[in-house]
Design a protein around this ligand. Structure first.
Ligand code: NAD
Ligand code: MG
Length: 400
C-alpha cells in the first residue's frame, strides 16, 4: 500500500486527487487530509477515507471538527498550526504528498515534503514560482521525486526523454511550447476587458477550477506563472519557452527536439489525467476521465498571445528574466490584486496595474534568495500591493 497525504484536499485539485484515489483502494491509502476552512467537507472526506491525520487551518473550527470526528468514532487525529502542516507533509507513512494548497500558503509544506524525500506531486505552482530552486535543491538533497501536476508541465514531463533531470535542460530539446486556453476573455476587446466582472472571469471555458486560479487564466497571469514554473522545472531560458493560445485545451503542451520532432500530450481537459499519471508513474492508472474523441474535437486551433490586451503575461516574462526574488514579488502582488478584484475593490484592468507598479517600485537585493529572503519579498510585495489598492478603480464604480 502506498500512503498518500493530500494537502488542500477540499480544493479542486484535492477533490480530483481523492476521486482518482477512491478508484484504487487496493493500491493507495490516504494517510492525511488538510483544509483551510471547509470543515464540513473535510469531515466528509475523513469519514470516507479514514486518514490517520487531518489538519484544519482556521483555528476557530478546530474544536467542533475534532468533536465531530470523535463522535463519528474515527481515530483520525486532528491537528492545527503551521508547523503541524509541515509535519503532515513529512509523515513517515506518507510515501506520496499531493501539494494542492493554493498560493504562497503552500510553500513551507511543499518544501517540507521535498526535504523529506517524498514523491512530491506539485500542483501548488506559486510555491515553485516563489522558491522553485529551493524546492528542487531540497528534493535533490533528500532524493525526493518531483512530478508536476499543472497540466502543461505534466504534459512536458510526459514528452521529455527518460534521462531528464528536473531543473536541468533536457538533452536534445530545442524548446517547449506551453498551451493556454486563452481564458474567457480571449476574444474580448481591450475596452470591454476593463469592465469584466469576477463572475465573467471565473467562467473558464474549458477547465473547472478554484476561484483564484480561475482569474489567473483570464488575465493570462496563469500562463505567466507557468512560464516561470517551466523555466525552473525544465532548466530552459525564457526565450526557449513559447506560449501558444489553443482554445480547445486538448493539446496540453509540446516539446520540440533539435531534429524537428515535436511531441505533444493530448487528452480531455480534466486534471485527473495528470494526477493519475503522477500517482502511477512510470506505470499508468485508470483516472475516470472521459476519453478523447478526436472526431468530436474535429479541429485544433493555435494563435499567438496578445500582450497588449493581456499585459500580465508580459509582466511574468519580465519577472522570469529578472529572476532572483522578482517571481515571488509578481506572484504575491498578483494574489493581492486578484483577491481585491474578487472582492469588488479593483476593476479587471487594475490587476495588471497593481502588479506592474509593485514590480516597478521594487528594489532588488540581488542574488539568489534563500527562504527568508523569499518570504520577506512576499510580505513586502503584499504590503506594497495593498497600499496601491485605494488608488485604483474599484469594480463597482464602473457599474459592472
Ligand atoms: P482551490 O482554491 O480549489 O483549493 C485550495 C485548497 O487549499 C483548499 O483545500 C483550501 O482549503 C486550501 N487552502 C487555502 N488557503 C490555505 C491556507 N492559507 N493554508 C492552508 N491551506 C489552504 O484551489 P485549486 O484549484 O485546487 O488549486 C490548488 C493549486 O493547484 C493552486 O496552486 C493552483 O494554481 C494549482 N493548479 C490547479 C489547477 C486546477 O485545475 N484546479 C490546475 C493546475 C494547477
Ligand atoms: Mg496549467
Amino acid at each position: 500500500m502506498i500512503g498518500v497525504a493530500v494537502l488542500g484536499s477540499t480544493g479542486s485539485i484535492g477533490e480530483s486527487t481523492l476521486d482518482v484515489l477512491r478508484r484504487h483502494p487496493e493500491r493507495y491509502r490516504v494517510v492525511a487530509l488538510t483544509a483551510q476552512r471547509n470543515a464540513a467537507r473535510l469531515f466528509e472526506q475523513c469519514v470516507e477515507f479514514r486518514p490517520d491525520f487531518a489538519w484544519i487551518g482556521d483555528a476557530s473550527l478546530h474544536a467542533a471538527l475534532g468533536a465531530r470526528l470523535r463522535e463519528a468514532g474515527l481515530a483520525t487525529q486532528l491537528l492545527r498550526g503551521a508547523q503541524a502542516l509541515e509535519q503532515i507533509a513529512s509523515l513517515p507513512d506518507a510515501d506520496y504528498v499531493m501539494a494542492a494548497i493554493v498560493g504562497a500558503a503552500g510553500l513551507r509544506s511543499t518544501l517540507a515534503a521535498a526535504g523529506a524525500g517524498k514523491r512530491l506531486l506539485i500542483a501548488n505552482k506559486e510555491a515553485l514560482v516563489m522558491a522553485g530552486r529551493l524546492v528542487l535543491a531540497a528534493a535533490t538533497r533528500s532524493g525526493a521525486t518531483i512530478i508536476p501536476i499543472d497540466s502543461e508541465h505534466n504534459a512536458v514531463f510526459q514528452c521529455l526523454p527518460g534521462a531528464s533531470v528536473l531543473g536541468h535542460a533536457p538533452p536534445g530539446v530545442r524548446r517547449i511550447m506551453l498551451t493556454a486556453s486563452g481564458g474567457p476573455f480571449r476574444s474580448w476587446s481591450a475596452s470591454a476587458l476593463q469592465n469584466a466582472t469576477p463572475e465573467q472571469a471565473c467562467a473558464h471555458p474549458t477547465w473547472n477550477m478554484g476561484r483564484k486560479i480561475s482569474v489567473d487564466p483570464a488575465t493570462l497571469m496563469n500562463k505567466g506563472l507557468e512560464l516561470i514554473e517551466a523555466q525552473l522545472l525544465f532548466g530552459l531560458p525564457v526565450k526557449d519557452i513559447e506560449v501558444v493560445i489553443h482554445p480547445q485545451s486538448v493539446v496540453h503542451s509540446l516539446v520540440e527536439y533539435i531534429d524537428g520532432s515535436v511531441l505533444a500530450q493530448l487528452g480531455s481537459p480534466d486534471m485527473r489525467t495528470p494526477i493519475a499519471q503522477a500517482l502511477a508513474w512510470p506505470q499508468r492508472l485508470a483516472s475516470g476521465v472521459q476519453f478523447l474523441d478526436l472526431l468530436q474535437v474535429a479541429r485544433l486551433d493555435f494563435e499567438a498571445p496578445d500582450l497588449q490586451r493581456f499585459p500580465c503575461l508580459g509582466l511574468a516574462m519580465a519577472a522570469a528574466r529578472a529572476g532572483a526574488e522578482m517571481p515571488a514579488v509578481l506572484s504575491a502582488a498578483n494574489e493581492v490584486a486578484v483577491a481585491a478584484f474578487l472582492d469588488g475593490q479593483l476593476n479587471f484592468a487594475g490587476i495588471e496595474r497593481v502588479i506592474g507598479e509593485v514590480m516597478n517600485g521594487w528594489v532588488s537585493t540581488g542574488g539568489e534568495p534563500d527562504l527568508d529572503a523569499v518570504l520577506a519579498a512576499d510580505s513586502r510585495a503584499r504590503v506594497m500591493a495593498t497600499s496601491l489598492l485605494p488608488h485604483c478603480v474599484p469594480a463597482r464604480s464602473l457599474g459592472s
